[in-house]
Design a protein around this ligand. Structure first.
Ligand SMILES: Cc1ncc(COP(=O)(O)O)c(C=O)c1O
Length: 349
């Protein structure tokens, strides 16, 4: 499976070491934030003493978790787990709550890591197809499993199931429900209150997208303390380094900076969506910092992907069922978006 993930990385158009040779690359393939992180994060990193390098970091990231609890409206750090990116927390959830041979429920299409984690653990992934509008179906709610992972909004579609649907899932599902809110800061609403209301819900967030900190690897999970205890039992001793803890804390303390960047990205997203529809793409309304642009014309979507790449514009193409006629495009700056649209106009003319 590790080998398979390496191949996927190449398919997505990211070649390590390529960027120095292509300095003007417009990178719209992994949903990073085009704006820099808060200046307070940079200050916090510069302010770390050499002692912070010499000594081990706090193994349980207490200050950072306490700040997150306050911001998310929870009683204290015992409701929050910190991870080395949300990907680590997803892996820990599988390690903590799933035995080999168990089933893990998610949708199709969705974030491919869920299936990879299930297989690596010897569990059985059950991927229930979304409907034509990429919404949940009755079959999804009727499928039993040990663990359910539901991204809201979903990737790569950008579509959000209604809050009521997640409520129904948490009420009826006989197991742990992970609500993956990696992109939720770009959405109209969220399910952060669900960890208080449902004893089987874990709400996960990442600092890679809205906080512009993908390079730092910071994720959080919010759940009832008995669930958080299970994460603490299976995590590596020092899963967040001193820099990540300091950066996460400073980013949380400058929440307004993140919200201002999100507002800019949402405005660009809406402009991008309208322009793509004008070019003939079908674009499901996105609640995220990327859009899925579906295309049934000529040249085919994979050819558009390669033509963009030749112009040093990298988007994401999935050679997979229901996605082979689509491109997933990260919302960049206004200038990057203009360059992308100009290129698409030329390629599809
Ligand atoms: C749906 C979804 N969940 C989780 C993640 C992981 O985020 P992180 O960078 O915190 O590992 C991603 C990253 O792209 C994602 O798309």
């Amino acid at each position: 499976m590790k080998h398979q993930r390496a191949i996927l990385r190449d398919v997505e158009g990211y070649v390590p070491g390529e960027q120095p040779r292509m300095p003007n690359i417009i990178k719209l393939n992994t949903n990073e934030n085009p704006y820099p992180p808060s200046p307070r994060v940079i200050e916090a990193l510069r302010g770390l003493s050499t002692e912070a390098l010499r000594k081990y970091p706090d193994p349980v990231s207490m200050d950072f978790r306490a700040e997150c609890a306050t911001r998310y409206g929870y009683p204290g750090p015992e409701w929050v787990i910190a991870g080395n990116g949300m990907d680590e927390l997803l892996a820990l959830a599988v390690r903590a709550f799933v035995d080999p041979g168990d089933t893990i429920l998610t949708t199709y299409p969705t974030y491919t890591l869920y299936e990879t984690l299930a297989r690596l653990h010897g569990a059985r992934p059950v991927l229930v197809d979304l409907d034509d509008d990429f919404q949940l179906t009755e079959a999804f709610f009727k499928t039993p499993a040990r663990l359910c992972i539901l991204p809201r909004p979903n990737a790569p579609t950008g579509v959000c199931p209604p809050r009521e649907a997640v409520e129904r899932l948490c009420t009826t599902f006989n197991g742990i429900v992970v609500i993956d809110e990696a992109y939720v800061d770009f959405s109209d609403d969220n399910c952060m209150d669900f960890a208080m209301r449902f004893d089987n819900a874990i709400v996960m967030r990442t600092f890679s997208k809205s906080f512009s900190l993908a390079g730092m690897r910071i994720g959080t999970g919010v759940a009832q303390p008995r669930i958080i205890d299970e994460f603490l039992k299976v995590k590596d001793s020092y899963n967040l380094n001193a820099f990540s803890q300091a950066a996460g804390l400073a980013a949380m303390q400058d929440y307004g900076y993140m919200l201002a960047n999100v507002a800019k990205i949402r405005a660009t997203r809406d402009r991008l969506t309208t322009a793509l529809r004008g070019l003939g793409f079908r674009v499901p309304a996105s609640q995220s910092n990327f859009v899925l642009a579906q295309w049934n014309g000529r040249p085919a979507a994979d050819e558009i992907f390669r033509a963009l790449r030749a112009r040093a514009i990298i988007v994401r193409y999935f050679p997979a069922r229901r996605l082979e006629n689509a491109l997933r495009i990260t919302v960049g700056t206004d200038e990057e978006t203009d360059a992308l649209l100009a290129a698409l106009r030329a390629i599809t003319a």
